[in-house]
Design a protein around this ligand. Structure first.
Ligand code: IMP
Ligand code: MG
Length: 172
């Protein structure tokens, strides 16, 4: 039987998101910041985060596929939707739901750098640092987690459970 163990309730997520927003608003004061969300997992996080910021931002999205339909990364990254706005000489902050092996973000940072932005940094709600396979630096981390498959607050298992307001560890 599948078990759902609560990891972060909505009120804890709100505190984490507000804290990240405060740091980002202060670090990017007086800059032209573009948030680039990684679809689809980051949509709820990005929508909450951008409304907590006290600086103006623009947003765009990319879509990558690496996970297939299982719970472990295939390691192969496909960009299936690219950004549509110009990021040349702009500050880019990639908004991700979870950093796991780091392969997706390593690919994305290289990809965005090819457009000549002023800077590229990373903000992830969750960080599974023990599973990292690359030495990618995550600049803003909401919450560190151990191993285990998480769902809710935008994060899915085979496209299910994104709608849940809280985050759970799903035990199959
Ligand atoms: P990475 O390339 O291994 O770092 O994988 C990152 C991507 O895998 C993230 O964009 C997530 O969408 C997905 N992912 C990693 N861990 C989980 C999880 O526990 N639940 C759902 N998706 C996950
Ligand atoms: Mg993802």
């Amino acid at each position: 039987m599948t078990e759902f163990i609560p990891v972060l309730k909505k009120d804890s997520i709100d505190i984490i998101v507000n804290d990240l927003a405060r740091r980002i608003s202060s670090d990017y004061k007086n800059s032209e910041l573009i948030l680039i969300g990684v679809l689809k997992g980051s949509v709820i996080f990005l929508s909450d985060l951008m409304r907590s910021l006290t600086i103006p931002v623009k947003i765009d999205f990319v879509r990558v596929s690496s996970y297939g339909s299982g719970t472990s990364s295939s390691g192969k990254i496909n960009l299936t939707k690219d950004i549509e706005i110009d990021i040349k000489n702009k500050d880019v902050l990639i908004i991700e739901d979870i950093v796991d092996t780091g392969l997706t973000l390593t690919y994305l940072v290289d990809h965005f750098k090819s457009f000549g932005p002023k800077s590229v940094k990373i903000c992830s709600l969750l960080d599974k640092h023990e599973r990292r396979k690359t030495d990618i630096k995550v600049d803003y981390i909401g919450h560190a987690v151990k191993d285990g498959f998480l769902i809710g607050y935008g994060i899915d298992y085979n496209e299910d459970f994104r709608y849940l307001p809280d985050i759970y560890h799903m035990k199959l």
